[in-house]
Design a protein around this ligand. Structure first.
Ligand code: 5AD
Ligand code: SF4
Length: 489
C-alpha cells in the first residue's frame, strides 16, 4: 500500500450516493464508488442509515442545486444525532459554490470539485478521523494561465464498477473533460474547467477493460464530444479516428457519442458514422434557439444558416440518421417572434426528440452579468409546453414510418411498465422488454428477460411519440428462402 492511501477501516462502512445531472456525473459516481469499495465501503439506499453520504451535484440550472440543498437540509437533524456521519458534496456545485456550501449547510464535512475526485477516499478518511472540514477544488478559470487551470482539473478515470451501471453491458467512457465554448448562459466551462482530450491509448485500454466486464455498448462522453482532438506519439487523432479504433475492438457491438457541438460536425465524422457498422446512426446536436439574434447573445458561434447547412450534410451523408437537440426557452430578450423561429426550425429539422429547458440565470455567467432574466416564468412555462407538444407531434409522425418495418434492437431489460407490474404478457416466462434501435429509438416487445444484452430483430406494429412497439422475429434461411419465425423463448 502506498503511503498516500488511507488505512483500511476496521469494519465495512455504508455509503449512500445520490447523483443528479448529466451522464458525466453518472460516470463520476461510478468511478468514485469503485474507488470507495476498495476502502471497504458498501452501498446502501438509505441516506439516514449511511455512515457516509455523498451528493454528486449539477449546477446547470437553479432547480438542480435547490434539490441538493433541500436534501442537505433533511440531513441536519440526522447529523446532530449521529455526529460521526460524514456528509460530502462533490461535482459541479462543489466547484462553483466552494466554501459557500459550508456556510449554507454547516453540517457538510467535505466539498470536492469535478477536477479533484481522486482525492475523495483520502479526504473522507481525514474528515472521519479529524472531524475537520475538507475541501478540494480546482483553480477558477481566471486564477491562472490556461495550462495552470487545466492542470488543476484532473481527468478521473481509474477503476470501473459494473454494479453502478444501468445495465451490465452498457458503459460510459469519458473521452474528454471540460469545455472552452463559453456559451453565455452556461456554467460548465467554470465547473468542469478547460477542454482536455484523453489519449486514445488510455481510452482504448479502458474499452478493453469494459469488454472484459461484459460491456457491448459504449457511449463516449464529452461536453463537446466532436471537438475531440489530441496528439499521441506525433499523430493527431480526431473523434472519427477514435471511432474507427473502437469499432475494431472485438466484443464491442455499439458505439454512441454525446454531446456534439454544431460547428464541429466535420465531414470526416459524418463519414465515420456512415461507414463504421457499430456506430449508432444517431447524433445529439443541440441547436438551443432557431433565432440568429438569440444565438448571437448566447454566443453559440453559429447561425441558423450554419445549422441548416450541417443538417443538410448529415442528411446527405448518413441517410436515416436520427438527430436530437436541446433548446433553451425564455432566454433573455427572447421575443414571441424569436420563439416562433425556434418552432419553425423544429418543423424543418424534425428532431427525433428535444430536451427543452427554461432559461435559468446562473451567477458568474456572462448572460447573468449582462442581461436581466426578463421573460416571466409563466411565459417560459407556456413556451416549454408548446415546444414539447410540437416535438412530440413530429416524433410520433416519424415513428409511424417504422410501422411494418424491422429494427435491430439491443435488449436492455424489462421495460419500466413491466417492472412496475403494469404489463401482463400471454406467457408467464415472458415480460415486456425494452431496448434501443441503431438510431436510438426506444423499442418495447414481449420476450424472455434472459434476452437482455443480446441483439434481436423486432417487427414494429405500433408507436407513440417516444416508443416503437413490436414483436421479436428471427430470420431463418431455409433452402435459400428467408422466412421469419416468432422467437422461441
Ligand atoms: N438555463 C437553462 N438551460 C441551460 N442549459 C445549459 N445552461 C442552461 C441554463 N442556464 C441547457 C442547454 C444544454 C443543456 C445540457 O442544458 O440546453 O445543452
Ligand atoms: Fe455549456 Fe456551451 Fe460548453 Fe455546452 S458548449 S457545455 S452549453 S458552454
Amino acid at each position: 500500500m502506498s503511503s498516500s492511501e488511507p488505512a483500511a477501516p476496521e469494519h465495512n462502512r455504508k455509503l449512500y450516493i445520490e447523483t443528479v445531472g448529466c451522464q458525466m456525473n453518472v460516470l463520476d459516481s461510478e468511478l468514485v464508488v469503485a474507488a470507495l469499495r476498495k476502502q471497504q465501503f458498501e452501498l446502501t439506499d438509505d441516506m439516514y442509515e449511511a455512515d457516509t453520504v455523498l451528493f454528486n451535484t449539477c449546477s446547470v440550472r437553479d432547480h438542480a442545486e435547490h434539490k441538493i440543498y433541500s436534501q442537505l437540509g433533511r440531513l441536519k437533524f440526522a447529523k446532530r444525532h449521529h455526529p460521526a456521519k460524514v456528509i460530502g458534496v462533490m461535482g459541479c456545485m462543489a466547484q462553483k459554490d466552494q466554501e459557500l456550501i459550508f456556510q449554507r449547510a454547516p453540517h457538510v464535512d467535505l466539498v470536492v470539485g469535478t477536477g479533484q475526485l481522486a482525492e475523495i477516499p483520502r479526504l473522507l478518511e481525514v474528515a472521519r478521523t479529524t472531524r475537520d472540514r475538507q475541501i478540494a477544488i480546482s483553480l477558477d478559470r481566471r486564477e491562472g494561465s490556461r495550462s495552470e487551470v487545466a492542470m488543476s482539473f484532473e481527468s478521473y478515470d481509474p477503476l470501473r464498477d459494473p454494479e453502478m451501471r444501468p445495465t451490465p453491458f452498457q458503459a460510459y467512457v469519458r473521452i474528454m473533460i471540460g469545455c472552452d465554448k463559453f456559451c453565455t448562459y452556461c456554467v460548465v466551462p467554470m465547473t468542469r474547467g478547460p477542454e482536455q482530450s484523453r489519449l486514445p491509448s488510455h481510452i482504448l485500454a479502458e474499452v478493453h477493460t469494459l469488454v472484459g466486464q461484459g460491456v457491448k455498448e459504449v457511449t463516449l462522453l464529452g461536453q463537446t464530444v466532436n471537438s475531440y482532438r489530441v496528439t499521441e506519439n506525433g499523430r493527431m487523432y480526431r473523434l472519427s479516428d477514435l471511432l474507427e479504433m473502437i469499432n475494431a475492438v472485438p466484443g464491442i457491438e455499439r458505439i454512441k457519442f454525446v454531446t456534439n457541438f454544431p460547428k464541429d460536425m466535420t465531414d470526416d465524422l459524418l463519414q465515420a458514422v456512415r461507414d463504421l457498422p457499430k456506430v449508432a446512426r444517431y447524433l445529439h446536436v443541440p441547436l438551443q434557439s432557431g433565432c440568429d439574434e438569440v444565438l448571437k447573445r448566447m454566443k453559440r458561434g453559429y447561425t441558423v444558416a450554419d445549422y441548416r447547412d450541417m443538417m443538410q450534410r448529415i442528411r446527405a451523408t448518413v441517410p436515416k440518421c436520427a438527430v436530437s437537440s436541446d433548446f433553451i426557452v425564455g432566454f433573455c430578450g427572447e421575443t414571441e417572434e424569436s420563439f416562433q423561429k425556434s418552432m419553425d426550425l423544429i418543423r424543418e429539422c424534425r428532431f427525433k426528440n428535444s430536451f427543452i429547458f427554461k432559461y435559468s440565470p446562473r451567477p458568474g455567467t456572462k448572460a447573468d452579468d449582462l442581461w436581466t432574466d426578463d421573460i416571466p416564468e409563466d411565459v417560459k412555462r407556456h413556451r416549454n409546453h408548446e415546444m414539447l407538444e410540437l416535438t412530440n407531434e413530429i416524433a410520433e409522425e416519424d415513428n409511424a414510418e417504422f410501422i411494418g418495418t424491422d429494427v435491430e434492437v439491443l435488449v436492455e431489460g424489462p421495460s419500466k411498465s413491466s417492472e412496475k407490474g403494469k404489463i401482463e404478457t400471454d406467457t408467464p416466462q415472458k415480460v415486456q422488454l425494452m431496448g434501443r434501435s441503431m438510431c436510438d429509438r426506444i423499442v418495447v416487445f414481449d420476450g424472455n428477460p434472459r434476452l437482455a444484452g443480446s441483439t434481436v430483430t423486432v417487427d414494429v406494429h405500433d408507436c407513440t411519440s417516444t416508443t416503437l412497439m413490436g414483436s421479436i422475429v428471427t430470420r431463418q434461411v431455409v433452402h435459400g428462402l428467408s422466412i421469419e419465425l416468432p422467437i422461441v423463448s
